[in-house]
Design a protein. Structure first.
Length: 667
């Protein structure tokens, strides 16, 4: 049976038996607290977007058509996730006519109610006469998007080429409700299609399996033949050029960076896809294309199906590009084909994708990037949210503790190849579905029945308790790289560091991974004694200044956290050069947490004109959260919204407990 014909999933994400009881009645009350929608009451068969992009007004307007099948009799309302920035003009419903008579179109009444700081609920009344279980309704919403968190309009000056404007969307986790009204929960998947009208010279790309362009209408047509959750619907439009880099892969970028992008990726992507297919089964999405976005893209990369979005700043470092692209490729299986049903269990996507990414690199290169030490994160367990926007869960912990849990499962089953075959079977079983941890664990115990008898399996502790991982994966494959780092860290940890021994380590010959790991450890140990800081600066500051931004930002965070004033000019010039979210937010947070807030405000006032408005707002919040703006730094008074955060460890709440699940989203 093809997945497109699978029966609708009940609210516990399992297929109900026709006419029988729900497969999991005790969990059927479980809701996605990050969604206001009544997605349990309908099956979403498909939706279509017909939008016109207006770069001058920074608006998209048009209509969305949803094909919905009510699952119960007597459903009187349809509740969709929306956002205060969506201007809804009208909503109507097409009711299939009786045999021989034309379909009728009814105008529906609706209202937009507040829900959380990241969305609203669009409540649509359905006349009793139109709702019949299992009969498809067509709901058409006419609307205009304004300044919402999902849509980033960039003036030409904010793009790499600085000649044409660009717009992109970023739906993860709960932002797409400001792009189109939807069931904005990863529990619901559907196919979609789109028609996008644009001015001449603009190329539009979407996360779809097919696309076409009609010169005459200046319209791009897209269709995604596989079901995806709302957060994976993505669009980018601007001056974008393609170049083929493999039989099923193409790079898209602004013309000025296309050559560099192709030279960095040429030949590699197909190799990684082939290795991943060998491990986890066929890549189901057809194409694997990559689009490079300007530095204001709020995250490093986003696994939009068929079309990974990646920040162009990454082109500075070959190694990081490699890891990030492999991670997004891994999402083709883990996260996109099989998705976490709620944001409470985001580790099901990120932990598994991180595990898969490391399996691919181990197969392709014989090693994987080292794990950052987690011992300091004592408060965190695999799945708990503390009343926060789910977007802020994108932190190191979701990835690394999830990875440790998956590695623990792999360790339990004895050998890594058997675990690979379990993962193939997991993908086969749940392809195009959304799952909860129990689905994975039940399948796991079914696959390795001998483990059912085993005492001391700690699944509950892993999922629900706080604290460092209960099992640390074997990292010996990377020891050849980590050992020198470990030795140098120990030398710097001694009471009187030995200059000659330290000088015998040549950082300029190290890989970015090694230098980053070394600096991460120093960052974890900060604050350091002032004389150690002076000595560190003397040994490394000039050298690190010539390295890539991933290395530089870590050194500068060490400088700031240790209040090491002699290197402050380097912080200033870095912040003048880099105006992307991933490099500014962590530094501003460190500056503002310490005594350097005035310095931060001064640099901000000098550079803010070159920042994307969303980033400007985030930095204003960081700068002025607990104080009023200093009067000598005039700032535009922008409304405060909650843009998507950068995935950094500093996103973690500093107090309280977080576990792998039960992320407590505030509703
Ligand atoms: Zn990921």
């Amino acid at each position: 049976m093809s997945d497109l014909q699978r029966p609708a999933l009940c609210c516990c994400r399992k297929a109900p038996v026709e006419g029988g009881p729900s497969p999991c009645p005790e969990r059927c009350q479980r809701v996605d607290v990050a969604s206001a929608s009544n997605f349990h009451s309908f099956r979403l068969r498909h939706f279509h977007l017909d939008l016109r992009l207006d770069f001058a007004a920074k608006e998209m307007s048009g209509r969305q058509v949803l094909e919905l099948v009510p699952l119960q009799a007597g459903v009187q309302t349809l509740v969709l996730d929306a956002h205060p920035s969506l201007l809804v003009h009208s909503i109507d419903c097409t009711v299939p006519g009786a045999a021989g008579s034309p379909d009728r179109c009814l105008s529906l009444t609706y209202r937009l109610d507040p829900f959380t700081d990241y969305g609203s609920s669009l409540i649509i009344s359905l006349p009793a006469a139109v709702v019949r279980p299992r009969r498809t309704l067509q709901i058409t919403v006419r609307y205009t998007t304004t300044d919402g968190p999902a849509i980033w309009w960039l003036d030409a000056g904010l793009t790499s080429g600085q000649t044409s404007p660009l717009v992109f969307t970023q739906g993860h986790s709960v932002c797409n409700r400001s792009f189109f009204p939807c069931f904005d929960t990863p529990a619901v998947k559907s196919t979609y299609s789109a028609t996008v009208h644009v001015p001449e010279g603009v190329t539009v790309l979407m996360s779809s399996s097919h696309s076409a362009y009609s010169e005459q209408d200046r319209a791009f047509q897209f269709s995604m033949e596989f079901p995806v959750p709302a957060y994976l619907v993505a669009l980018v439009a601007g001056d974008l050029q393609p170049a083929d880099i493999g039989p099923r892969s193409r790079v898209w970028a602004e013309p000025c960076i296309l050559t560099s992008a192709v030279s960095k990726l040429g030949g590699s992507v197909e190799r990684w896809l082939a290795v991943a297919e060998g491990l986890f089964g066929p890549y189901v999405w057809g194409r694997y294309d990559i689009v490079f976005l300007p530095p204001s893209f709020p995250v490093v990369a986003m696994e939009n199906p068929c079309l990974t979005f990646i920040i162009s700043s990454i082109l500075e470092s070959h190694e990081f590009l490699l890891i990030d692209v492999i991670h997004e490729i891994a999402h083709g299986w883990f996260g996109n084909a099989v998705t976490n049903a709620t944001w409470e269990e985001m580790w099901l996507s990120e932990g598994l994708a991180t595990y898969a990414q490391r399996r691919i690199t181990t197969e392709a290169y014989g090693m994987h990037r080292c794990l950052r030490v987690l011992n300091n994160d004592k408060h965190i367990s695999l799945s708990i949210f503390l009343g926060v926007n789910p977007s802020s869960l994108m932190n190191l912990f979701t990835y690394e503790k999830g990875f440790c849990f998956v590695s623990y499962l792999s360790h339990l089953c004895g050998d890594i190849q058997s675990f690979d075959s379990f993962l193939r079977s997991y993908i086969q079983q749940f392809q195009f579905c959304s799952v909860v941890a129990e689905d994975l664990l039940n399948l796991f115990l079914g696959f390795f029945p001998q483990l059912k008898e085993r005492e001391g399996l700690d699944f509950d502790r892993w999922l629900n308790e706080c604290g460092p991982p209960l099992y640390e994966p074997d990292l010996s494959a990377g020891a050849i790289l980590t050992e020198p780092v470990q030795c140098l860290c120990e030398l710097w940890g001694e009471e009187v560091p030995e200059p000659q021994a330290i000088a015998s380590f040549d950082l300029s010959s190290w890989s970015t991974f090694q230098t980053v790991l070394f600096l991460d450890r120093l960052l974890d140990r900060s604050p350091l004694p002032q004389e150690v800081m002076t000595h560190l600066s003397c040994c490394y500051s000039a050298l690190l200044d010539g390295m890539n931004a991933e290395v530089q930002i870590r050194w500068l965070q060490i400088v700031v956290r240790n209040r090491f004033y002699p290197d402050l000019p380097r912080v200033r010039s870095f912040l003048h050069k880099h105006t992307s979210r991933m490099y500014t937010v962590p530094l501003y947070e460190d500056l503002c947490a310490g005594v350097m807030k005035c310095f931060a405000a001064e640099v901000f006032s000098q550079t803010q004109a070159r920042m994307h408005p969303n980033l400007r707002r985030t930095l204003q919040q960081i700068l002025f959260q607990s104080s009023t703006p200093p009067s000598e730094t005039p700032l535009p008074l922008l409304p405060v919204t909650s843009p998507a955060p950068t995935p950094t460890p500093t996103d973690m709440p500093s107090t309280g407990c977080i576990s792998l699940r039960n992320v407590n989203v505030s509703a």
